[in-house]
Design a protein around this ligand. Structure first.
Ligand code: AVJ
Ligand code: FE
Length: 443
């Protein structure tokens, strides 16, 4: 029995081919802007050499599509171990006998050719791995996630100045203040989004008290007030773990910022610029976000509060795929896909706002939430425990919404990212929330 009809199957094949090609051209761009020596070098102990990401992308594609879905013979099982993220910690990867750039590119090409053969004949049966093209969607998202990681590596190495991205749109609406979200249940997670990953499932009802959430991400201007007020020097605003980290790591501003006369500048893909006040702050860790929120008399939103603000439609009571509805993002909705190579000023995407008027939830910056990473109630690991389940626990905080470096295929209202609370090489920012008194929510 085929889960999708012939015509739908053809449409799905085309969509998969398009998405695979889009991911591959981004991978090519991010690995062709540097020479072989730079591809092999480790630019930060937090990151892999770019050539490791490159071959790892091909290896995952071989494992899941060529071998598992296709049932074909391995192309290169000799390299599986080298590109297994669990067997090789990032700091050890440069010392491995990695494929050289030309070999890695040839390997990716061979794997992709096999995948196209497979795509011509595969039947999208009800087998969970292939139903709705799931494994292909997972591999598209995997490549795009590594592309975002490679983009972060370029930021760390101060590279990519050769790329000329158009500036993001200017603010089109005045955006600020808070939005009141009324108390009540909403549906969190999904059962129906075909390419949603295991940790986004299943859909379940969550009841929340009323709360207020910022209408826009915290901006550099907001954050500068925290710095100017001595926020980095005052342990009152920090959690004990946050303060210990601030002292140890000598944090005094977001990553990539430096003093410039009496103000601040940041280094962005190899170019220094004055800090722009109305842009969402980026490259802050969870502890910095939490300290700012405390200083501001607020707190970080829980993950459920973020998702309700992003998906709940007060008219229908339904949860939608995105703040603006169920349609995939366009350039008018959100700043995604490294199109602009920077967060857009707040107010630049009025078409992407939620019905309650919450802006820029999708794109611009990943937003820290106060929630540690766990499975939704009824979670089942699929198709492998190492995507999500092995990270569940108290060590990681959830980030939501995607950044300017996230592709639209790897970003939606249910998509969940996670990282250690001290990490800030990712494109991470935040917005604040607070409890509201019942009287306040009656107004
Ligand atoms: C979901 C971004 C935390 O990069 O570690 C890539 C995505 N998983 N390869 C990561 C991922 C396996 C993951 N994050
Ligand atoms: Fe990976």
């Amino acid at each position: 029995m085929s889960a999708v009809g012939h015509v739908d199957g053809e449409r799905l094949r085309d969509r998969i081919a398009t998405e695979l090609a889009r991911a591959r051209s981004r991978t090519a761009l991010l690995t062709e802007v540097v020479d072989d020596a730079d591809l092999m070098r480790q630019h930060s102990p937090l990151m892999s050499p770019l050539v490791w990401d490159l071959a790892h992308v091909g290896n995952q594609e071989e494992l899941w599509l060529v071998r598992d879905v296709g049932g074909r013979e391995p192309l290169r099982c000799d390299i599986d171990e080298l590109y297994d993220a669990f067997k090789q910690p990032r700091r050890d990867r440069p010392a491995l006998p990695l494929l050289a750039p030309a070999e890695a590119r040839a390997y990716l090409g061979t794997v992709r050719d096999k995948v196209h053969d497979l795509l011509d004949t595969v039947r999208f049966t009800e087998r969970p791995l292939v139903a709705d093209g799931f494994a292909f969607g997972m591999i598209v998202q995997h490549e795009q996630q590594h592309d975002e990681t490679m983009l972060a590596t370029h930021q760390l190495r101060s590279g990519l100045a050769v790329l000329h991205a158009p500036p993001p749109p200017e603010p089109q609406s005045r955006t600020g203040g808070e939005v009141l979200v009324p108390a009540g249940e909403f549906t969190m997670g999904t059962d129906t989004d075909p390419w949603a990953l295991d940790n986004e499932r299943p859909a379940h009802r969550v009841d929340l008290p009323a709360y207020a959430i910022d209408a826009a991400p915290v901006t550099n201007g907001d954050y500068l007030s925290f710095i100017a007020d001595g926020g980095y020097a005052d342990p009152r605003w920090w959690s004990p773990a946050g303060w210990a980290h601030r002292v140890h790591a000598q944090l005094d501003a977001p990553m990539h910022w430096h003093r410039d006369g009496d103000g601040w500048a940041y280094q962005r893909f190899g170019r220094a610029e004055r800090v722009r006040a109305d842009e969402p702050v980026v490259h802050v860790c969870f502890h910095e976000a939490q300290a700012y929120a405390t200083w501001a008399g607020k707190r970080l939103p829980t993950e459920a509060e973020w998702e309700k603000a992003a998906r709940w439609d007060p008219v229908s009571g339904r949860s939608r795929r995105y703040p603006w509805g169920d349609d995939d993002p366009t350039d008018a909705h959100a700043n995604l896909g490294q199109r602009h190579l920077r967060p857009a000023p707040v107010g630049a995407y009025p078409a992407g706002a939620s019905p309650l008027g919450v802006h820029q939830l999708i794109g611009d910056v990943w937003e820290w939430t106060s929630t540690t990473f766990h499975g939704h109630p009824g979670f089942r690991a699929f198709p492998y425990r190492e995507y999500s389940e092995v990270f569940f626990g108290e060590d990681y905080r959830v980030l939501r919404g995607g950044s300017f470096g996230t592709d639209r295929s790897a970003c939606r209202g249910t998509f969940r990212n996670w990282d250690y609370p001290i990490r800030r090489q990712i494109f991470s920012g935040f917005r604040c929330a607070r409890d509201v008194h019942p009287d306040e929510s009656q107004r």
